[in-house]
Ligand binder design. Structure first.
Ligand SMILES: [Zn+2]
Length: 111
């Protein structure tokens, strides 16, 4: 696939300007320009479409490589394990290890 050098909206704008100018001048005499403008708009829209497809494909590839479902599930599990290692005191809200049964700050019993 060739590289996209001119942005899609540039084509659409140029096409729209050509068509509008041609219509304003003389719709029958400028018919060729209207067609050319229409082609420009079409090229712009095709570029937009291709750009959307490329972006979609890139995002799918990125999503697959960064976080496959299996890896994600594993990470979540690890995160949950980490969370249960600590408990927050309900009185002073200081963080304590889950294996201790008293808050290190206010000595409130956890169980
Ligand atoms: Zn406490």
């Amino acid at each position: 696939m060739g590289r996209i050098s001119i942005q899609w909206y540039a084509y659409v704008i140029i096409g729209a300007v050509v068509v509008l100018a041609s219509v304003a001048i003389d719709i029958y005499k400028m018919l060729l320009f209207i067609i050319v403008g229409g082609v420009f708009i079409l090229i712009g829209l095709i570029k937009l479409l291709l750009l959307g497809v490329i972006k979609k494909q890139k995002s799918i590839v990125k999503h697959k490589s960064v976080s496959p479902p299996f890896h994600q599930a594993k990470q979540q599990h690890a995160h949950q394990q980490q969370v249960t290692k600590y408990v927050r005191c309900r009185v002073c809200s200081s963080v304590n290890y889950s294996h201790v049964d008293r808050c290190h700050k206010c000595k409130t019993r956890f169980r």
